[in-house]
Design a protein around this ligand. Sequence first.
Ligand code: UD1
Ligand code: UDP
Length: 364
Amino acid sequence: MKKIMLVFGTRPEAIKMCPLVNELKARPEFDVGVCVTGQHREMLEQVLRVFGVEPDYDMSIMKSGQTLFDITSLVLLGMKEILEDFEPDIVLVHGDTTTSFAAALACFYLQIPIGHVEAGLRTYNLKSPFPEEFNRQAVDLITNLYFAPTEQSRQNLLKEGRDPQSIFVTGNTGIDALATTVRDDYENEHLEWAKESRLILITAHRRENLGEPMHCMFRAIRRLMDERDDLKAIYPIHMNPLVREAAHAELDGCDRIKLIEPLEVLDFHNFLAASHLILTDSGGIQEEAPSLGKPVLVMRDTTERPEGVAAGTLRLVGTSEEEIYKQASRLLDDEAAYAEMSHASNPYGDGTASRQISDILANL
Ligand code: UD1
Ligand code: UDP
């Protein structure tokens, strides 16, 4: 039996690794160990509950206001003991978080093969997203098996000299869940509240946007909302206290903006499907929205997801108040501009990524 360990710690990693955990566990040829670092707590637990995944190891490292030093050192040390106990044949890490980087580094030190799920995404700008671009590149330097979501990510890896035999284009596992979560008969009190209006869905959390850029983003949104009474906005706020402070400072006091707790993924996908426009700095949402044909203004200077921009659903608008306000106004006021951005496409796969990755692991 092949011993496979999956390591993850934050909400987006869990959303994209849990479908794979369940697929691998359903196959008798694998002995599957799930290790969570607990870089996130409540937001991680929400996802584990939805997918019915129970970790075999839980490091519970999260603390309020944690630094990159905290996360890296705790995960690196914690992983040593866990890897020595489970003795996996291969460890799967995901994407670009500090959990993934430190877990991969621990495997490298112990010379345990690494499979990188969502490998090969790049901005080639180490400051944006920070520190995620570094994490991705560093993990790919020591990865043995690359599961690239798209042809473009495969090309990035080839350009960096990775062995073509070790790269597999599988689509993104994040898309696997969408097929079952979005339902026509979905109901929710917040969506009921927004029913007669055009719904703007907001998320924001990036480290490089904390502080002034985030205030600018929220001020632009506040202006849009104050000027148009046919809009309602829902913002499930990330649990980072710095994000919460900025959001409340700029957005409180408008009765057409609802600041709510993070949504479970099933709910969030249905909120995406019900939205008119999405304003976000998230990575994962840039992959989900094109499948649903929902226009996204990406409040960042760079993206490692150029496929959604090429497909026409995503537009990079940076973090300046004026630019966000201008670009969003155009989409809200110009029907043709809006229609141009609202076509569904599937640049990130057909929803079979977990199955494909499991097949590849089985045939090793
Ligand atoms: C992390 C990842 C980022 C990813 C994001 C997804 C790194 C460096 N950052 O950023 O790549 O896009 O997750 O959301 O790996 N908190 C809670 N409860 C939770 C989660 C967070 O209270 O369930 C609070 C804590 O105070 C914590 C803070 O949020 O210290 C920041 O969490 P952290 O994981 O360090 O950064 P994120 O911005 O969430
Ligand atoms: N998401 C969620 N609840 C929310 C907001 C987002 O389940 O309230 C999901 C969303 O569908 C996507 C993922 O979380 O799959 C994105 O996570 P996040 O933006 O925190 O991280 P990133 O993708 O930027 O790393």
